[in-house]
Design a protein around this ligand. Structure first.
Ligand SMILES: Cc1cc2nc3c(=O)[nH]c(=O)nc-3n(C[C@H](O)[C@H](O)[C@H](O)COP(=O)(O)O)c2cc1C
Length: 336
C-alpha cells in the first residue's frame, strides 16, 4: 500500500470524520453519482456521495441498498433542500443508517438538521457567507463545504480561492471545512489543506471515471472540453432569480434562455408563484442533465462541468485518479 504521510497528516481530521482513508469527497452529481461511482470512490479510499436529486423515496431506498451491495465502506447521501419530500428522504436515510447526509441547494429547512442528527447521522451543509456558516455549525451541522464558482453544476458568485481565504482562517480551527470547486490536481489539494481545510470535494474530475455510468458521448465531450468552454448560465429576467449553472457550451445552453423566458411569462401572468417557477427551472436542469448523462444527447442536454474539465483527458479507473491526486498532493507538500 502506498503511504502519503504528509497528506495523511493534514487530512486526518477529515478522514476520521468520514471514516475513510483519504479526505477526498466525490461531490454528488445528479444522474452520475449513483451506486457504481459512489461505491468505486469509497472502495478507493475516498468518500462517495449518492446524488438523490429529484429521486422519490422509493428510488433513493433502492439506490442506497444497491450501493451497500457494492461496498462495505462508508458513503453519504446528498439531498436537495428544495425537494418536496425532503423529510421522507431523511427517513429513508435513517432506515439505512446512512452515516453522513449532505444538505445542498439552500438553507436547510427547520427540523431537517435535527431529523438527521436524531438517527445519529452527521450533517454537512453549504453556506455562502461566514455568518450563515457559523449559524449552521453552531446549531448542529457537523461540517461545511465551501464551493467556488469554478465548480460544475449550480454555483455561487465567488471563486474558490477567495472563499478559502475568507472562510478558512475564521473557521478551520474549530470546525471541519471542505473546499470544492476547480480542483483538478493534487497540488491544489495541498494548498487548501495547508490553509486549514479538513479535506476537499471534487466532481468534474471523477465524472468520467471508468466506473461512471455517464454515456460515452458525455465523457467524450468532457475529454474535448477546455476550461473556457465550461460557462455559467446567465439570468435573462431580473424578476426570476435563477441560480447559475456551469456547463459546457452547447445548444442546451440556449434552450435554458428560452425556458427562463417561458417561466418568467408564467410568473407575469400569475399562473405560477415564485417557488413553483424555481421548481420548474430545477426540473428543466434535471431533465436536461439526464438527456446528456444517460441518453448521450450532448447537443441539447446539459453538460454540467466545472472549469477543471480541461484537466480531464481520458477515462481512468477511480483508483487511478485517486492515486494521482494523492501522489501529486504528497509531492507538492514534500517540495515545500
Ligand atoms: C454533472 C454535475 C452534476 C452535479 N450535480 C450536483 C447535485 O445534484 N447536487 C449537488 O449538491 N452538487 C452537484 N454538483 C456539484 C458537485 O457535487 C461538486 O461540488 C462540484 O462538481 C465540485 O466542483 P468541480 O466540478 O470543480 O470539481 C454537480 C456537478 C456536476 C459536474
Amino acid at each position: 500500500m502506498t503511504v502519503y504521510p504528509k497528506t495523511s497528516a493534514l487530512m486526518r481530521r477529515g478522514a476520521e470524520f468520514f471514516g475513510c482513508e483519504y479526505a477526498i469527497l466525490c461531490g454528488a452529481m445528479s444522474w452520475v453519482s449513483e451506486r457504481n461511482l459512489v461505491a468505486a470512490i469509497s472502495n478507493a479510499g475516498g468518500f462517495g456521495v449518492i446524488a438523490c436529486g429529484a429521486m422519490t423515496p422509493e428510488l433513493l431506498d433502492a439506490e442506497i441498498a444497491g450501493t451497500k451491495a457494492l461496498t462495505k465502506k462508508p458513503f453519504g447521501v446528498n439531498l436537495i433542500t428544495m425537494h418536496p419530500m425532503l423529510f421522507e428522504l431523511i427517513e429513508v436515510c435513517a432506515r439505512h443508517r446512512v452515516g453522513h447526509v449532505v444538505l445542498a441547494g439552500g438553507i436547510p429547512p427547520k427540523g431537517s438538521v435535527e431529523a438527521i442528527k436524531a438517527f445519529g447521522g452527521k450533517v454537512i451543509v453549504f453556506a455562502p457567507t461566514i455568518a450563515l456558516a457559523k449559524k449552521l455549525l453552531r446549531s448542529g451541522a457537523d461540517a461545511l463545504v465551501i464551493e467556488g464558482m469554478e465548480a460544475g453544476g449550480h454555483i455561487g458568485p465567488v471563486a474558490t480561492s477567495v472563499l478559502a481565504q475568507e472562510f478558512l482562517p475564521e473557521l478551520a480551527e474549530d470546525y471541519l471545512v471542505f473546499v470544492a470547486g476547480g480542483i483538478g490536481r493534487g497540488d491544489a489539494i495541498a494548498a487548501y489543506l495547508e490553509m486549514g481545510a479538513a479535506g476537499v470535494q471534487l466532481g468534474t474530475r471523477f465524472a468520467c471515471a471508468t466506473e461512471s455510468i455517464a454515456h460515452p458521448a458525455f465523457k467524450q465531450a468532457f475529454f474535448r472540453g477546455n476550461a473556457r468552454d465550461a460557462v455559467a448560465s446567465v439570468q435573462v429576467d431580473p424578476r426570476l432569480p435563477v441560480i447559475p449553472v456551469r456547463a459546457l457550451k452547447n445548444k442546451g445552453t440556449e434552450e435554458f434562455t428560452a425556458k427562463q423566458r417561458e417561466v418568467a411569462q408564467l410568473l407575469d401572468e400569475g399562473k405560477v408563484d415564485m417557488l413553483e417557477a424555481q421548481l420548474q427551472i430545477e426540473h428543466f436542469w434535471a431533465g436536461a442533465l439526464r438527456r446528456a448523462v444517460i441518453d448521450g444527447d450532448v447537443e441539447n442536454g446539459s453538460l454540467m462541468a466545472g472549469q477543471s474539465v480541461g484537466m480531464v483527458k481520458q477515462e481512468e479507473p477511480v483508483a487511478t485518479i485517486m492515486a494521482s491526486l494523492m501522489h501529486e498532493c504528497e509531492a507538492a507538500l514534500s517540495r515545500r
